[in-house]
Design a protein around this ligand. Sequence first.
Ligand SMILES: [Zn+2]
Length: 223
Amino acid sequence: MNLIQESYERLFPEKEFSYNAKMEYNRRLAPFNANIALHRNVLSVNMNLQWKDIDEEIKIGLIQHLLLKIFRKKGMTQNIELYNNFTKNIHILTPKDKIDPQLEISFDRVNKLFLESSLEKPNLCWGTDSRRKLAHYNFHNDTITVSTIFKEAAPHVLDYVMYHEMLHKHFKFEHNNGRSSYHSPAFKAAERQYPEYQEIEKEITGLIRGMKKKPASLWRFFR
Ligand SMILES: [Zn+2]
């Protein structure tokens, strides 16, 4: 029996598996990423090559997690629990080789001030000059990415953005009923520990608005 069928039958014991299952490992996906697709009768799962050597019970949890998503069902199994625990520890397996010096200074400062220097350093990268996605933490590759619009910002503004993403790593994600909640009440309470955070949020809004107002003709000069 293949792994997809095994996962399906353990997850939905009352149902019959009537698909043509296809499992593939490839290098195109981001680290520890995976996806699932259903076309007619073909149920295919793609996993990043890194999954190949991972324990089958964990992989079954991953596939079950994907099956719940594609069939829009909720559920919890021992395998999904194993998988959830595994994803929380993926950062240990990730090399830390992309650490930007400016972001590292901010990270160290925030870590010392708010987290007793307890947070293990992730990769720290600049992203694009996005105004919609200011920053994010990706637990698959243990990386905090910050929009380049903060490159020239005051240190306390960058620190606040950094703090938010560091809290994502700190809290990881909490699972309830198979759904992840990223900004839990505990998360928000911790975020509000940041001094004058409301003022800083206004500054960030101002920073974004200021950029938008810049007329197109001006941009040409500065290119
Ligand atoms: Zn967030």
